[in-house]
Design a protein around this ligand. Structure first.
Ligand code: 13P
Length: 210
């Protein structure tokens, strides 16, 4: 996809995510890697009403070069995109159920959501590290997210929300959607004798779908 198409795709995905309540108000942000830098949603923008021409553009050194002022979470996106050279996009949401899991007193360090469904395993993988609470926009979060992202496609920010990467924008959005649904299932099943996928079934999924 060229830059024009990617700008339109960010707006289209933003509208769909917002329309289903995966982000509310001006929460959430999206970034996409380009050959000459990055596209990022502007700060304080609603994902439901993005305008392609106003999306922020940053150069390869993460300097703002055009469009509106970028998201204050630029450090969060940089942390993931520099840790995962194979990632082409990052989606950060405050989606309700994933955020709820991140608000649990003891969410579990690396696997706060159990492997209940194949698509959660296929899209997110084995690990979902929980990152300790940082104030939104705090540059200090970059190191922790960077380290955790080396071995995980997604991380969960305590009391804040998920940060999900993918090889393409579509992949990152699909993974963020699966993460939210898996979190919803995990909460629905809390206290019930749920049947989790076995380690062998998880291995089989990862060996088959990567
Ligand atoms: P921005 O409006 O700066 O993108 O911040 C929104 C957000 O989700 C903070 O975590």
């Amino acid at each position: 996809m060229d830059e024009t198409a990617l700008r339109e795709a960010i707006c289209a995905h933003g509208r769909l995510l917002f329309g289903r309540g995966y982000s509310v108000g001006s929460a959430g942000n999206i970034s996409v890697r380009l050959p000459d830098g990055y596209l990022m949603t502007p700060t304080n923008s609603s994902l439901g009403r993005l305008e392609a021409a106003r999306i922020s553009k940053l150069d390869t050194e993460w300097r703002h070069v055009s469009g509106d002022k970028p998201s204050k979470e630029v450090f969060m996106h940089r942390a993931v995109l520099t840790a995962r050279p194979e990632a082409g996009a990052v989606v950060h949401l405050h989606s309700t159920h994933a955020t709820a899991i991140g608000c649990l007193a003891t969410p579990g360090e690396d696997a706060p959501i159990p492997p209940l469904t194949p698509y959660f395993v296929m899209r997110i993988g084995r690990r979902l590290p929980v990152i300790r609470y940082y104030r939104p926009g705090d540059a200090a979060m970059e190191g922790d997210i960077h380290e955790a992202s080396k071995g995980a496609r997604a991380v969960l920010l305590a009391n804040h929300g998920p940060v999900v990467s993918g090889s393409t924008l579509d992949d990152a959005v699909y993974a963020a959607e699966e993460l939210e649904e898996a979190a919803r299932l995990a909460l629905l099943l809390r206290g019930l004798p749920a049947r989790e996928l076995t380690p062998e079934q998880v291995d089989d999924l990862l060996n088959t779908f990567g």
